[in-house]
Design a protein around this ligand. Structure first.
Ligand SMILES: [Zn+2]
Ligand SMILES: [Zn+2]
Length: 127
């Protein structure tokens, strides 16, 4: 089950809802690979991942998208014992978004008004 996280900017009042982690549909290698652009997909050891010969884990992680001026999620896939990371684009526009660890979200600047001071709270689970 994924974690539902809500954010509010104390300055301008903008609100976000982020679905972090992973849901029921993210248990199959092929479904997860489909979330990534084709150039990333080509690099994945998809057959080995399917057979679970290669360990892998998937999660949506928080990120700030300068284009959307929003806090969004990006798909992150870790593959192999070394945990090689493959990061997909902004879940809204598909562009490159800058990842911000969940613990550091409160310190991030609001992408809408540019002021620091976000209130982040856990709002339950999804899926
Ligand atoms: Zn704001
Ligand atoms: Zn975006």
């Amino acid at each position: 089950m994924g974690q539902l996280v809500e954010g509010t900017c104390k300055n301008c009042g903008k609100k976000w809802e982020l679905r972090l982690g992973y849901g029921l549909m993210h248990g199959r290698a092929a479904d997860v690979a489909a979330l990534f652009p084709s150039d990333v997909r080509r690099e994945l050891p998809l057959e080995e991942m399917r057979r679970m010969d290669v360990p892998w884990s998937f999660a949506y992680e928080p990120a700030v998208c300068a284009y959307c001026r929003d806090i969004v999620t990006v798909p992150v896939l870790r593959v192999g014992k070394e945990g090689t990371e493959y990061v997909g684009g902004c879940s809204v526009c598909g562009g490159a978004a800058e990842r911000v660890p969940r613990e550091e979200l409160e310190k991030a600047k609001c992408p809408d008004c540019g002021q620091a001071g976000l209130r982040i709270r856990d709002a339950g689970v999804w899926d």
